[in-house]
Ligand binder design. Structure first.
Ligand code: GDP
Length: 445
């Protein structure tokens, strides 16, 4: 997938990154080509326009990064913007399927791959998440449809609701709910009937079924090869039914791939999965990073992007260092430190590099910093509001309770974190005074 788009883009960036210094004119020309490439990939015009604008704005606002050419910097910005445009909220592929039996409603046009996707997703939920799944076909118009799902169910080892000839979709939905409850299923999936085009009758029927099942997820299955049409279909379904996510099928074909880029931006709904073939395991969660990588073209460009990112991180660390020297150390700084520690292999390795630190914070050492502890501490900080992070002094009892709860931890865990923060803040201040940068800077490298 994305062959054309990625070829076009890597052509543009090859030319760009080969140059040492870039003029505004170079960037403008490159972005004009990016826009054409997006449009040719069937990305909708407003999305392509906004995309280029976002890249342009970030590019002009950005401080010059040392050791990265302007061309590389533009690549990084394009890469990040691609991810932004593609990213939905929450975990990719995560479905709200707690509270069994959780209903999932599958909707879409005929031929979009709806029935196939229903079975693929059921298999995935069974194999990966250990869920007991029941599938039911509500397609009473195509005689073969219910049997098709039954056959797929047998193939993948997932139960299907027994077929009762002549039953209406609403009644099938009720029966599915009943059977799922009585049979102790975790999830039941309703595969609705599709039409060639969106029509009132279809929408009315889906609405009735929706109101009966009150699904946790309403997944729209659309053919990714249809580009802009897929986005129009999604808008239509969303306004009439209200969808919670999209599955783009046929992303294995070398289609224009524009649907992926427009979908999120136009509908505001996340792409949850992509279908990558006819086989039952050809369903992947939609990962913006991976798709952005594919769109930009792998190899050189991605390596350049990564290098640019590393450089930016190093500069961030430097900026942080300057803050410490001024005695500023808030929860955001602590979070960055903790994340850094996770990357560097835990607290011990850092202790080894900082002679002063080993003596000063035995307690910190004894706390035993493994990944799990670090992750919990980061979760606590993430549970704080922006204001709280900037000013931990705000944290009184009720706020503490909320934060601990948000992270799924106890207030005592938070108190430990706050104590550590105070210790570290003191330490940073002292070290900052000791020598401009010297020791700490060494340790951060
Ligand atoms: P429905 O009418 O929406 O239920 O569509 P079906 O599930 O019957 O699928 C129609 C055709 O598309 C079948 O031949 C499927 O094997 C095929 N199909 C579904 N998803 C994909 C996909 O991700 N990639 C490819 N290449 N084919 C797919």
């Amino acid at each position: 997938m994305f062959e054309n788009l990625s070829e076009r883009l890597s052509g543009v960036f090859d030319r760009l990154t080969k140059q040492g210094a870039l003029s505004d004119e170079d960037v403008k020309t490159a972005l004009r080509e990016v826009r054409v490439a997006l449009l040719e990939a069937d990305v909708s015009l407003p999305v392509a326009r906004d995309f280029v604008k976002a890249v342009q704005e970030k590019a002009t606002g950005q401080a010059v990064t040392k050791s990265v050419t302007p061309g590389q910097q533009v690549v990084k910005i394009v890469h990040d913007t691609l991810i932004d445009v593609l990213r939905g909220e929450g975990e990719p592929g995560a479905l709200k399927i707690d509270n069994p039996p959780a209903p999932i409603l599958m909707v879409g046009l005929q031929g979009s791959g709806k029935t196939t996707t229903t079975a693929k997703l059921a298999k995935r939920l069974k194999d990966r998440d250990g869920k007991r799944v029941l599938m039911a076909s509500l397609d009473v118009y195509r005689p073969a449809a219910q049997h098709q799902l039954e056959v797929l169910g047998k193939q993948i080892g997932v139960d299907t609701l027994p077929i009762v000839p002549g039953q209406k979709p609403a009644d099938i939905a009720k029966r599915a709910k009943q059977q799922a409850t009585m049979g102790g299923y975790d999830v039941y999936m309703l595969d609705t009937a599709g039409r060639l085009h969106i029509d009132e009758v279809l929408m009315d029927e889906v609405q009735i079924v929706r109101d009966i099942a009150t699904p946790r997820e309403i997944l729209l299955v659309v053919d990714g090869l249809t580009g802009q049409d897929a986005v129009n279909v999604a808008e239509e379904f969303d306004s009439k039914i209200g969808i919670t996510g999209v599955v783009l099928t046929r992303m294995d074909g070398d289609g224009r791939g524009g649907a992926a880029l427009s979908m999120r931006a136009v509908t505001g709904k996340p792409i949850k999965y992509v279908g990558l073939g006819e086989k039952m395991d050809a369903l992947e969660t939609f990962e913006p990073e991976r798709i952005a990588g594919r769109i930009l073209g792998m190899g050189d460009i991605v390596a350049l992007v990564e290098k640019a990112q590393e450089t930016l991180e190093a500069e961030q660390a430097e900026r942080m260092m300057r803050r410490f020297q001024k005695g500023q150390f808030n929860m955001n700084d602590l979070k960055m430190q903790l994340e850094q520690m996770m990357k560097m292999g835990g607290m011990e390795s850092i202790m080894g590099m900082m002679p002063g630190m080993a003596k000063m914070s035995k307690q910190v050492q004894e706390a035993g910093f493994d990944d799990k502890v670090l992750k919990r501490q980061i979760a606590l900080i993430q549970s704080m509001t922006k204001k709280e992070r900037a000013n931990p002094a705000l944290l009184q009892a009720s706020r503490k309770k909320r934060i601990a709860k948000g992270a799924g931890l106890e207030v005592s865990d938070l108190n430990k974190l706050l104590k550590m923060h105070r210790q570290m803040a003191d330490m940073m201040k002292k070290m900052g005074k000791m020598g401009k940068g010297g020791m700490l800077k060494q340790a951060m490298k």
